[in-house]
Design a protein around this ligand. Structure first.
Ligand SMILES: CC(=O)SCCNC(=O)CCNC(=O)[C@H](O)C(C)(C)COP(=O)(O)OP(=O)(O)OC[C@H]1O[C@@H](n2cnc3c(N)ncnc32)[C@H](O)[C@@H]1OP(=O)(O)O
Length: 409
């Protein structure tokens, strides 16, 4: 039986979403999660592959604004909900959906596509490069102490219901977005994600709790977390699970972490996604007892190389020619002259000799400044054709702040 790839319709959403859930193990999500993802679906950007009435492939894209080095917010397609029914794998269904999707992203004028991958091996062939990492911590709060900066005691903390302060927390988050590449500006509707709290997603922990940090009555930070009750005959020994934490200054930041460390009857603090340069690593007395692990997070694909490279700034002056390989989106292939500095950039087609050769996947990895071109060159994935060009480009592409995606999509 032949398959048909077509835009998603509201009437087909349940069948489409059922296919996706099955590909991820078949456990149905809670009704409130269904409702949120249905509300966020941009139907003209979501595709299903159909065999008769049966959906056998899913994908979609959200219209995001991504923070890039220099602080601009750039239109980016947030690729999501990718699956192929296990009965229909290895027949090229994913490849046909990726083809349609990237053509569609290009037609919309977006220069970037981004995603988080269930497995790192899937998306390199389509030109996506791993661009950010996330840090997981499991901190033994009975052994690790925090050194807090002056002013921490002036920060007032209070428990609040997450929904009661949600608007103010979202406004604070919005101020943080342009300060760190990889963060997404919350689009209308997405503010609900931070409050999503189905019982099935808590794994035995409390409902979502929130503490705000204030100074002179102004919100300067917040932490949202859950507490998983644990322990036994000898007493309670619970775990704090941090969901998200943002603060506007070091004292507010330290006050929130100190609070999380000091919650009575708890001995462990778990954080699943923090930036790799999180300042908490500089506050702790014993980083070895923080159970740090790092993994890949956001993958970036330059859909229009010229426009994407012009959309960010560069940390040092740069003037070189890139020879780009891009088998899946051949309109990007060839030579580009990139001139840039802290103020802006131009990137145009050229016939001049190339200084560096790389594929679009390496450009995606380096784009947010978190993966060094020098390291990619050491792996043989970037070739220096003019001596000195690699050092020049590696310095310019880098970011002082580690890029980070705070939440999945
Ligand atoms: C952004 C997100 O949503 S990430 C979520 C991705 N989804 C999942 O992980 C759910 C479970 N997995 C699946 O649904 C499917 O296995 C998919 C979507 C990963 C792959 O779908 P398929 O239709 O089988 O892929 P398709 O046949 O187009 O394969 C294309 C190529 O990718 C390769 N490939 C496919 N899946 C994988 C994988 N998991 N790891 C490594 N390579 C893979 C294939 O071997 C093939 O390579 P080839 O052209 O050299 O032979």
């Amino acid at each position: 039986m032949t398959t048909e790839l077509r835009e998603l319709r509201q009437a087909d959403w349940d069948e489409y979403y059922g296919t996706l859930e099955l590909a991820f193990g078949g456990v149905a999500e809670a009704p409130e999660e269904h409702e949120l993802w249905n509300a966020l679906t941009e139907f003209d950007r979501f595709f299903g592959t159909w065999e008769g009435e049966t959906c056998v492939g899913t994908t979609g894209a959200f219209s995001f604004r991504l923070s890039v080095p220099g602080g601009s917010l750039v239109d980016a397609a947030g690729v999501t909900m990718v699956s192929v029914a296990a009965t229909h794998r290895r027949r090229g269904i994913l490849t046909s959906m990726m083809r349609r999707q990237l053509d569609d992203v290009r037609a919309k004028g977006e220069s970037l596509a981004v995603l988080t991958a269930s497995e790192p091996a899937i998306y390199g062939r389509f030109g996506y490069g791993a661009a950010t990492q996330q840090l997981k911590a499991e901190i033994d709060t009975t052994r690790v102490r925090l050194s807090v900066p002056a002013g921490t005691d002036d920060v007032r903390l209070r428990y609040v219901k997450p929904a009661d302060v949600h608007e103010a927390c979202e406004a604070l988050y919005a101020r943080r977005v342009s300060e760190r590449p990889g963060m997404l500006a919350r689009q209308p509707g997405w503010e609900r994600l931070g409050l999503l709290d189905p019982e099935s997603g808590r794994n035995g922990a409390s409902p979502l709790l929130c503490v705000v940090a204030e100074r002179d009555g102004e919100l300067v930070g917040y932490a949202r977390f859950r507490i998983k009750p644990e322990g036994g005959f000898s007493g309670m020994d619970s775990t704090v699970r941090l969901s998200d934490l943002e603060a506007l200054d070091p004292a507010a930041y330290a006050a929130l972490w100190r609070f999380l460390f000091d919650i009575d009857l708890t001995s462990k603090l778990e954080a699943y996604s923090r930036p790799t340069d999180d300042a908490v690593l500089q506050l702790v007395s014993d980083v070895r007892r923080c159970g740090i692990q790092v993994r890949d997070s956001l993958y970036v694909r330059l859909v229009e190389v010229g426009a994407a490279l012009e959309a960010r700034t560069y940390r040092a002056p740069l003037n070189l020619v890139l020879e780009v390989e891009d088998a899946f989106c051949p309109w990007n292939a060839g030579r580009w002259r990139l001139k840039g500095d802290l103020k802006g950039a131009t990137c145009e087609r050229t016939e001049d000799d190339a200084d560096l050769a790389l594929s679009v996947r390496e450009l995606g990895s380096a784009y947010l400044g978190g993966v060094s071109l020098t390291s990619l060159a050491a792996a043989g994935r970037v070739r220096e054709l003019r001596p000195g060009a690699l050092a020049e480009a590696a310095l310019a592409f880098g970011s002082d702040v580690a890029p980070w995606l705070p939440h999945g999509f």
